[in-house]
Ligand binder design. Structure first.
Ligand SMILES: Nc1nc2c(c(=O)[nH]1)N[C@H]1C(S)=C(S)[C@@H](COP(=O)(O)O)O[C@H]1N2
Ligand SMILES: [Mo]
Length: 370
């Protein structure tokens, strides 16, 4: 580590019990915006409403000079322009992506980082070419272990100067659904989402989907880069090796009903029969059930979950539940279960990085008098 660079960098820490959000956290929150929760009404999130997470700066890339390099433990290193990639088999996959830090700011004490509430999610149609056939053409060495993906963005984090890098094991990288994507919702990738090329790893938390992808290096030893082995790891204590973050834990979220107060965003609605709707997703297995409460968890009833086997596997599912809203204050929530039997917890499961906080979230709504 260079002392000069570490001088501008802060260590990881957990906020004091009653410590408010700092200007540094506000600065991150303003750069990396979430999905506006009412936008969950769209099956596909319009570009600009999809959440954003950019560790450093959007890199200054010259699209005309751009080429993807595939090197390391391969028989034939490759160099491919976006035109070369576009000439290969083309696939479009609808994918719900969620930041591993989504829900972090609900933890107490709060790990100090991007202070997400519950809005770091979005669904896009990603178009690109499958990664597996390309790796096979390059000829993976028999002793290949990891495939390392490097982005063009550069910065410093906890004293370590780095390019943004993540890896997958060879098996994970060869999965059919992994894409090298050059389009989002039918248009070339926007700069903020990785133009001209990004990795898409359906079912995984956002950190795996490397943006501004310039290099794929096949390695014969396990990759231990910062974002792989230090940052995105589930730990209770800072000195623990911990467990790497991989797939998205199940979550259901209601589209907030009624209308909000400008300042507090507390909600009000008219009484009577209405429909509560929302979205549910899991990176482990398809969503099989969503339960809804309108009385703060005293009672739950099943929502209707849209579609069955014909639903896009990697995208969120819509759910609906009818409700007769009576005047008064009500605490609403939804809870998802996936086909692997994973169910959202009711209590927070604290960890030091503030990851994968998929606890059930309540929305309070004031139902007005007739
Ligand atoms: N090169 C690069 N790729 C990156 C990141 C980054 O900062 N640099 N952020 C990651 C994280 S943590 C997330 S959650 C997703 C966010 O993708 P989006 O901004 O397109 O929603 O991108 C991932 N890929
Ligand atoms: Mo993230």
């Amino acid at each position: 580590m260079s002392d000069v660079v570490s001088a501008i960098s802060t260590p990881s820490r957990v906020a004091d019990q009653d410590e408010g959000i700092s200007v540094e956290e506000l600065q991150l929150a303003a750069r990396n915006h979430g999905l506006l929760s009412e936008a969950m009404r769209f099956d596909v999130t319009p570009i600009g409403l999809h959440y954003l997470l950019i560790h450093y700066d959007i890199p200054d890339l010259d699209p005309d000079a751009f080429a993807l390099t595939v090197d390391g433990a391969v028989t034939t290193p490759l160099r491919l322009t976006v035109a070369d990639l576009r000439a290969r088999p083309r696939v479009t996959t609808r994918v719900t992506m969620e930041c591993a830090g989504n829900g972090r700011a609900w933890f107490s004490p709060r790990p100090v980082s991007q202070p997400w509430l519950t809005d770091a999610v979005g669904t896009a149609d990603w178009t690109g070419t499958p990664l597996g056939p390309l790796l096979r053409e390059a000829g993976l060495a028999g002793d290949a272990v990891d495939v390392v993906f490097t982005g063009a963005d550069h910065g410093v984090e906890r004293g370590i100067e780095q390019d943004y890098q993540r890896s997958l094991t060879v098996d994970q990288a060869l999965a059919d659904e992994v894409l090298l994507a050059y389009e989002m919702n039918g248009a070339p990738l926007p700069s903020q989402h990785g133009f001209p090329l990004r990795l898409v790893v359906p079912g995984w938390y956002g950190m795996a989907h490397v943006k501004w992808l310039t290099t794929i290096t096949v390695a014969t030893t396990a990759f231990t880069g910062f974002q792989q082995a230090t940052a995105y790891v589930m730990r209770q204590r800072p000195d623990e090796a911990g467990t790497p973050i991989t797939r998205i834990a199940p979550r259901a979220q209601l589209i907030p009903p009624g209308f909000p107060d400008f300042m507090s965003r507390r909600r009000a609605m008219r009484p009577g029969a209405c429909r509560l709707s929302g979205r549910a997703w899991s990176g482990h297995a398809p969503i099989v059930a969503v339960d809804v409460t309108t009385d703060g968890g005293a009672t739950w009833r099943p929502a209707t979950v849209d579609g069955t086997a014909d639903q896009p596997r990697w995208a969120w599912r819509r759910f609906d539940c009818d409700w007769d809203a009576k005047p008064g204050s009500h605490r609403l929530a939804a809870r998802a279960t996936d086909a692997d039997g994973n169910i959202q917890p009711l209590a927070p499961q604290w960890n030091r990085g503030g990851f994968a906080n998929n606890m059930v979230q309540e929305i309070e709504v004031l139902v007005l008098d007739d």
